[in-house]
Design a binder for this molecule. Structure first.
Ligand SMILES: *[C@@H]1O[C@H](CO)[C@@H](O)[C@H](O)[C@H]1NC(C)=O
Ligand SMILES: *[C@@H]1O[C@H](CO)[C@@H](O)[C@H](O)[C@H]1NC(C)=O
Ligand SMILES: *[C@@H]1O[C@H](CO)[C@@H](O)[C@H](O)[C@H]1NC(C)=O
Ligand SMILES: *[C@@H]1O[C@H](CO)[C@@H](O)[C@H](O)[C@H]1NC(C)=O
Ligand SMILES: *[C@@H]1O[C@H](CO)[C@@H](O)[C@H](O)[C@H]1NC(C)=O
Ligand SMILES: *[C@@H]1O[C@H](CO)[C@@H](O)[C@H](O)[C@H]1NC(C)=O
Ligand SMILES: *[C@@H]1O[C@H](CO)[C@@H](O)[C@H](O)[C@H]1NC(C)=O
Ligand SMILES: *[C@@H]1O[C@H](CO)[C@@H](O)[C@H](O)[C@H]1NC(C)=O
Ligand SMILES: *[C@@H]1O[C@H](CO)[C@@H](O)[C@H](O)[C@H]1NC(C)=O
Ligand SMILES: *[C@@H]1O[C@H](CO)[C@@H](O)[C@H](O)[C@H]1NC(C)=O
Length: 436
């Protein structure tokens, strides 16, 4: 009896030393909603392969144990090395994503999906929603935030790099080429138009950096080349048609085969265009897929919780083998089922052992607090939901980037906005500072 007690106390001490704040319910973490216990994991969209460490990269956000999504979205690495002997892959938090603004206003910013990984440059491309548009960006490891690269205005956007990460093809309204991989908006302004007017929902730049494989909304797959300049669509060579495929969630080239996925499964055809019917790998509904060249890893479509899915699992299926000219497919296996890590998490921006400290201003959305720092230069909070969050001044506004800014003509001074050298004119209850 004594021994058990001593062991219990010892394990408690070890847990304290290790900082093990393992929990099962929100109340164990202190004061909800400033702190919560991680419950179910909602996987984000997108899965990519990191050839540097042989691991997969996925994203997700935990629920609180008693409620919905809580805290930061995370980038996870998924180690599949134990899956070949029947164990599930292990999920480890790689980093968190700062900068989500979950208010109901116009500055709404939310992480959407992991898009692509460039292992040589160590660039992780992501997409997020901001003020009603989809933005293609790069995850900046220094600030754990997403740097905007391109605003995607409604037209379907697809992109791929060559293996050496020196060339890019992308589809917008047309197929374009860039002589590098993009890190900022200006890289897209300096692109070369290869094919006019062509809309794509999947694009691959082949290993030779010359062949371009595209997929279209009418289920046609074409071959193009980076040598074309402002070519018309009839210069694309039709490789394969699957008229059942009006959307695709993944598009891969492995060996001699092109793989495409959607809600009806993963199918494949020969890249030389000699297939008459598709090879079916699985009928699972696929929300995204990637490959390490030996297996295809995919996320099965779950139900949706905002930008995240639940009930989604990660599966693996070997690339089909060709034996005596016959293609043999195998069955997929589940390699990861999302689970809780039983850790306490502070609401975004809060600190302290009970997450009670906010070095800044507390903003509220749907009963969940957000702690935003005060900008030392302006005296305004770095993030705002309403103009009242900024200051008592009636000449300040919380703009569509959820940042505080003086109304046009007004200048910032002492935590206020003033109309120096001018006069304030009110029009429809809206003040303007008109210079004298
Ligand atoms: C923390 O506690 C959990 C559950 O009690 C246990 O599974 C885990 O191994 C512990 N971790 C450490 C670092 O002690
Ligand atoms: C997270 O919470 C939401 C809302 O309560 C729920 O719909 C969803 O199923 C939960 N997800 C997981 C993975 O438990
Ligand atoms: C499975 O393989 C992993 C790594 O290859 C190893 O760490 C683990 O012990 C193995 N598990 C079993 C049950 O053999
Ligand atoms: C634009 O691209 C061309 C080659 O495609 C390159 O020579 C030129 O330096 C680029 N210009 C800028 C401003 O990046
Ligand atoms: C491409 O060709 C069309 C005519 O077919 C022309 O109107 C357009 O300006 C050209 N675009 C570029 C970028 O060269
Ligand atoms: C398209 O779907 C129909 C009905 O489900 C099926 O008979 C046909 O084989 C499919 N075509 C292809 C190319 O998969
Ligand atoms: C896909 O579904 C069809 C029709 O239900 C079935 O005949 C086929 O075996 C399935 N293929 C795979 C790979 O599960
Ligand atoms: C390949 O397929 C043919 C026709 O379906 C069959 O007769 C042959 O036995 C297969 N060969 C192997 C090695 O499976
Ligand atoms: C919001 O931020 C973007 C990118 O930083 C900038 O281009 C835009 O002008 C900003 N909008 C406002 C209203 O400040
Ligand atoms: C106001 O006028 C002064 C003196 O002419 C000038 O230095 C200052 O920049 C002006 N301020 C604004 C906001 O125009």
């Amino acid at each position: 009896m004594k021994k058990i007690l001593i062991l219990l106390i010892l394990s408690l001490i070890i847990n304290l030393i290790n900082g093990n704040n393992s929990c099962n319910r929100d109340y164990e973490c202190g004061n909800y909603p400033y702190a919560a216990c991680n419950g179910g994991l909602n996987l984000g969209y997108g899965i990519v392969y990191n050839s540097n460490d042989n691991k997969l990269i996925v994203s997700g956000k935990y629920n609180s144990s008693d409620s919905g999504p809580f805290g930061y979205p995370y980038i996870f690495s998924l180690d599949t090395s134990a899956t070949n002997n029947g164990s599930e892959a292990t999920l480890v938090i790689k980093s968190r994503i700062n900068g989500e603004i979950l208010n109901t206003g116009q500055g709404f910013t939310t992480f959407y999906r992991v898009y692509q990984y460039a292992p040589i440059h160590n660039y992780l491309y992501l997409t997020f929603y901001h003020s009603g548009s989809t933005i293609y960006g790069i995850y900046d490891q220094a600030t754990s935030s997403i740097k905007q690269v391109l605003n995607i205005w409604g037209i379907p956007f697809t992109i791929d790099f060559n293996k050496e990460e020196t060339k890019t093809v992308y589809g917008e309204y047309g197929i374009y080429f860039i002589d590098k991989i993009p890190t900022e908006k200006s890289d897209f302004s300096n692109s070369t138009l290869l094919y006019q007017n062509q809309i794509t929902n999947g694009i691959i730049l082949g290993d030779d950096s010359k062949n371009i494989y595209i997929s279209t909304y009418d289920g046609k797959f074409y071959l193009g080349t980076t040598d074309c300049r402002n070519c018309t669509q009839d210069k694309l060579k039709l490789l394969f048609t699957d008229s059942n495929v009006t959307s695709i969630s993944g598009f891969l080239l492995v060996g001699d085969m092109i793989y495409y996925s959607n809600e009806n499964g993963i199918k494949a055809f020969k890249k030389d265009g000699s297939s008459s019917s598709p090879i079916v790998l699985t009928n699972d509904s696929i929300s995204s897929m990637t490959t390490d060249g030996k297996n295809i890893y995919y996320i099965v479509t779950g139900t949706t919780t905002s930008s995240f899915t639940n009930n989604a699992v990660v599966k693996s299926i070997p690339i089909p083998k060709v034996i005596n000219g016959n293609i043999t497919t195998e069955t997929p296996t589940i390699i990861y089922t999302p689970k809780s890590d039983h850790q306490c998490q502070c609401a975004v921006g809060f600190q302290g052992d009970k997450c009670q400290t906010c070095n800044g201003k507390t903003l509220w959305n749907n009963g969940i607090p957000l702690c935003t720092p005060i900008d030392s230069e302006t005296g305004y909070p770095q993030t705002c939901f309403t103009s009242q969050d900024c200051s008592n001044s009636q000449y300040i506004n919380c703009n569509s980037n959820s940042t505080c800014a003086c109304l046009p003509g007004f200048t910032h001074a002492n935590n206020d906005c003033i109309c120096s050298n001018g006069s304030i004119v009110w029009n429809n209850n809206y003040p303007s500072c008109i210079q004298n």
